[in-house]
Ligand binder design. Structure first.
Ligand code: ADP
Ligand code: MG
Length: 349
């Protein structure tokens, strides 16, 4: 069945049936607004992210379940980056009338599965027709105990710099896709179905161990640049300490230049945070409890030092690109994925 036959109200009715109850959600899908009762002693954190067909995703590469999952996950990653517990999501969709309803249902399966995994619910949204391609905009609300939300601006010189998980997998998968190759399943999963580091982010905020935090969507150097600017500090990164997956290391053995993907590639959705170096043992404990690896990759320095890259004790020039420009206050950059997808589309035309 085509979407045009089901219609806007058919879609909303189906979503309403699938929506769950949640603490604090007085009224969800079905009225003009959702009604939410904030819990005493908590603050709400709100974030939005948009995914556009042809810019952020392509149907010939992804499937609707994983697309739905990614739409939820990238928003939960932003909540995790500030230590918020995911609560309520809002989903705005612009849909082509000739879209198959089975595709939309699979998209909802993926989206709602991520919500369920993290105890969040779909609380509303908007549905309209699109004349070209599918656009998905998600707004996510999370909660954190008053005053515990972790900002980008709290890093101080002397702090250690940590990152969760591994770097560069998603960008490597994208590079292989662009070259017409099929990435192996681990890399593909990292690109199409990233894991938001919700448990770790919340634990870091609750324990007060971290001083500043950001999630990695635009690449390590670019996002580190944001954190350093916000905190008015510099930093030094030791390249040989960057956490790399087995699949990434295997590719790196064939081509050393791929290390740039770990430094500048986008869509890792890992957490980058600063904490006093003395907190390392407590952090190791936390990594175990949240089942999320944490690796120290450098040190926060006074602002005058800027951003420095070292490999085995030797200073290396920063890759010409986004990270440095951001840090120098240059123009905003697209994520690697956006740039590549747009270039690829232009080349096809
Ligand atoms: P209105 O016209 O008053 O804005 P809508 O007809 O757009 O109301 O929406 C009716 C209800 O359905 C609202 O509660 C809205 O939040 C919900 N809704 C609409 N589209 C979606 C969607 N894509 N996902 C979740 N809820 C939705
Ligand atoms: Mg509406």
């Amino acid at each position: 069945m085509k979407l045009a036959q089901r219609g806007e109200f058919g879609i909303i009715a189906a979503l309403r049936q699938r929506s769950a109850a949640a603490p604090g959600l007085i009224t969800g899908i079905g009225d003009d607004c959702a009604v939410i009762a904030p819990q005493p002693g908590e603050q709400l954190l709100v974030t939005s992210d948009m995914l556009v067909e042809g810019v952020h995703f392509r149907w010939d590469w992804t499937d609707p379940v994983r697309l739905g999952r990614k739409c939820a996950s990238v928003n939960l990653s932003d909540l995790a980056a500030m230590g918020a517990t995911p609560r309520y999501l809002f989903l705005a969709l612009a849909l082509p009338g000739d879209l198959d309803t089975a595709i939309l249902d699979a998209f909802f399966d993926g989206f709602l599965s991520v919500c369920g995994e993290h105890g969040a619910v779909l609380a509303g949204g908007d549905t309209c027709a699109s004349s070209a391609g599918m656009t998905i905009s998600v707004t996510a609300l999370g909660s954190a105990a008053t005053g515990t939300a972790l900002l980008r601006s709290g890093a101080v010189a002397g702090d250690a710099l940590f990152v969760s998980g591994s770097l560069g997998d998603s960008a490597l998968a994208l590079q292989q896709l662009l070259a017409g190759k099929r990435p192996e399943s681990f890399l593909a999963q990292r690109h199409f179905d990233p894991t938001p580091r919700v448990n770790l982010g919340c634990a870091l905020a609750q324990t007060g161990l971290a001083t500043a935090m950001i999630d990695l969507s635009d690449g390590l150097l670019a996002d580190l640049g944001h954190l350093l600017s916000a905190s008015s500090v510099g930093a030094r990164i030791e390249i040989e300490t960057l956490p790399l997956s087995a699949a990434f290391r295997q590719a790196l053995e064939q081509n050393q230049a791929l290390i740039d993907l770990a430094l500048s590639g986008g869509e890792d959705y890992e957490l980058l945070f600063t904490a006093p170096a003395a907190a390392a043992a407590l952090l190791a404990d936390l990594a175990q409890k949240s089942a999320t690896p944490i690796t120290r990759i450098g040190t926060v320095l006074p602002l005058v030092n800027g951003l420095q890259l070292f490999a085995n004790g030797q200073q290396r020039p920063l890759p010409a690109g986004q990270g440095y420009k951001h840090f120098a206050g240059g123009p905003e950059s697209c994520i690697l994925g956006n740039v590549c997808a747009v270039q690829e589309d232009a080349a096809r035309r």
